[in-house]
Write a protein that binds this ligand. Structure first.
Ligand SMILES: C[S@@+](CC[C@H](N)C(=O)[O-])C[C@H]1O[C@@H](n2cnc3c(N)ncnc32)[C@H](O)[C@@H]1O
Length: 290
């Protein structure tokens, strides 16, 4: 069922249809200004000096535009040429904008940013190793001290809501758009933690698929920490509530450590030095504590 190239078919070949479905079906598109305000508040709090932002994937530039209007310099990248065309039109009056067609799996922009944003369930589209590589690509494009903001659906929330229908295709959801009527069916595979959406429609000769690995918070934290990232805060929705177990979203703010952070914690041993071994203090009762 999981075709690793589903993103090409769904977002590139049928990008305009999927865009209409996303915008009609997902209330998230309606509260874009609230989301931008929230992200900007995060930037002011966690990286007040930030100027250069990379928004990847940027879709039609709805979030990028909000940053441009607030004076940030924004590079947006997306695999869909039609979305990038819309984003470029929106951004053209802002001198600090740059929108590029590109694949986040192979991203190499030869420069680094103060902030990388991956917003609105745009992570987890590939197999485990490729998802890890995508995350590394984001981190590689951050300056030291730069901040990554990642916003995904919270697996634990999803499981709690959908527990009754695990394995099964959920009943269809019907969506009417300017490009026709579509039916969406959701399923979740607990063995792979993948959510799959099948889209059928009168203007589609075959079904389209959307497939995403869902993550729990601890998994993401592990992936980030193993790549020199320090988690600063986790939020659970777009109004800025702190993360709780069943929050709908996982919105992680993580900072790329400076090299010297690690050096301070683990200074290299010089040849003549012998490592110090901490000897447990023996308590009178006979127990040992460190
Ligand atoms: C759910 S949309 C979110 C877009 C944007 N972050 C937003 O908040 O509106 C996911 C986006 O991922 C893009 N995408 C999918 N696979 C990609 C890839 N391999 N490289 C770059 N962009 C990709 C799609 O074209 C789509 O615009």
């Amino acid at each position: 069922m999981f075709d690793p190239n589903w993103v090409i078919k769904t977002y590139v070949e049928y990008g305009e249809i999927i865009f209409d479905i996303l915008t009609v079906h997902r209330e998230a598109y309606e509260n874009t200004p609230q989301q931008v305000d929230f992200i900007v508040s995060l930037l002011r709090k966690y990286h007040p000096d930030a100027v250069e932002v990379l928004d990847v994937p940027c879709g039609d530039g709805r979030i990028s535009l909000g940053f441009l209007e607030r004076g940030y310099r924004v590079t947006g990248m997306d695999i869909s040429p039609s979305y990038i065309r819309i984003a470029s039109e929106k951004g053209q009056k802002h001198p600090g904008s740059r929108f590029l067609v590109g694949d986040m799996r192979e991203m190499n922009l030869s420069r680094k940013f103060d902030v990388v944003i991956n917003w609105f369930s745009s992570f987890g589209y590939f197999d485990e190793a490729t998802n890890q590589r995508v995350l590394e690509n984001f981190i590689d494009h951050l300056k030291e001290g730069g901040v990554l903001i990642l916003d995904i659906l919270n697996r634990d929330h999803y499981i709690q809501k959908m527990a009754a229908v695990i394995y099964e295709w959920r009943p269809e959801i019907l969506v009417r758009t300017r490009k026709g009527n579509f039916s969406l069916r959701y399923s979740f595979d607990p063995y792979t933690s993948r959510l799959t959406v099948e889209v059928k429609g009168e203007n589609l000769s075959e079904p389209l698929y959307y497939s995403m690995r869902l993550y729990s918070l601890h998994e993401l934290i592990k992936m980030l920490k193993s790549r020199n990232m320090e988690v600063l805060e986790v939020y659970g929705d777009y109004s800025g509530s702190k993360y709780r177990l069943f929050s709908p979203r996982i919105i992680i703010v993580a900072r790329k450590k400076y090299h010297r952070d690690d050096e301070e914690k683990a200074p290299p041993l010089r040849d003549e030095e012998t490592p110090t071994v901490r000897v447990p203090k023996v308590l009178k009762s006979g127990c040992a504590s460190t």
